[in-house]
Design a protein around this ligand. Structure first.
Ligand code: SAH
Length: 238
């Protein structure tokens, strides 16, 4: 058997999945470990709806967790599918969508393994890239799920001293907003790196915005400075 007979390694870190599976039971507790996801969600959804329309569009939420973003997009009229590497998160997402009366399709699988009947209009991939072994390959797999005219929305953390101070020292150690060890600074991504990977994956017309979370008002807003959290919108290159 030659080396080429081996299936490719999945682009997934089992220790990351275990970390998120442990959080699954409390995912929808607004004061629980996913509290900041709940609190930044309106800002993320606003970034998306400012850029595109959601009504009737087929959306794939990659790394959907317990479905906080998926549910908001479904409420805005999108036809949503969510995939996540954690089966525990997907169980929670399914149960919660049922109690919310929302029709969302969920699958415990990677984006690489996902097989859809038709290409998607929009991929959203938020707070995931900094948790996968190869973010560039993940973006290429997201591109493969889109048809022509497709769009992607990505959110991640910049690799700056400010992000280290806010997302690790502040959020994990001083304020206790996130469990310790949620983030590894070395996995944070500079906007220039993300832009390069998006272009290599076949996207163009990039638009970037910073997102500033205020732990005291518990609200997030868009800013010009992407020095900590930031969002990017891009389109499939024509
Ligand atoms: N996108 C959601 C959840 C972010 S938390 C939100 O922003 O609200 C990151 C999620 O990514 C977790 O649920 C984790 O299980 C999932 N994940 C981590 N690595 C993954 C991978 N390689 N493929 C799919 N999901 C993954």
């Amino acid at each position: 058997m030659s080396i080429t007979d081996h299936p490719p390694m999945p682009n997934l870190d089992a220790s990351e999945i275990a970390k998120f599976s442990a959080l699954a039971p409390d995912w929808w507790d607004p004061q629980g470990p996913s509290r900041t996801l709940h609190e930044i969600n309106p800002c993320r959804v606003g970034f998306i709806t400012d850029a595109t329309s959601l009504a009737g569009r087929r959306v794939l939420d990659v790394g959907c967790g317990g479905g906080i973003l998926s549910e908001a997009l479904a409420r805005a009229g999108a036809i949503v599918t969510g995939v996540d590497g954690s089966a525990a998160c997907i169980d929670v997402a399914r149960a919660h969508a049922a109690t919310s009366g929302l029709d969302i399709r969920y699958a415990a699988e990677t984006v690489e393994a996902h097989r859809a009947a038709a290409p998607y209009d929009i991929v959203v991939c938020m707070e995931l890239l900094e948790h996968v072994p190869s973010p560039a390959d993940l973006l290429a797999a997201c591109r493969a799920q889109l048809g022509s005219g497709g769009e992607i929305f990505v959110a991640t953390l910049n690799r700056t001293p400010q992000a280290y101070a806010a997302a690790i020292v502040g959020a994990e150690y001083l304020l206790g907003l996130l469990p310790r060890g949620t983030h590894d600074y070395r996995s944070f991504i500079r906007p220039s790196e993300l832009a390069r990977w998006l272009r290599a994956a076949g996207f163009d017309r990039l638009h970037i915005a910073g997102m500033r979370y205020n732990p005291f008002t518990r609200q997030a807003s868009l800013t010009r400075d992407p020095d900590v959290n930031y969002l990017v919108h891009a389109r499939v290159a024509e």
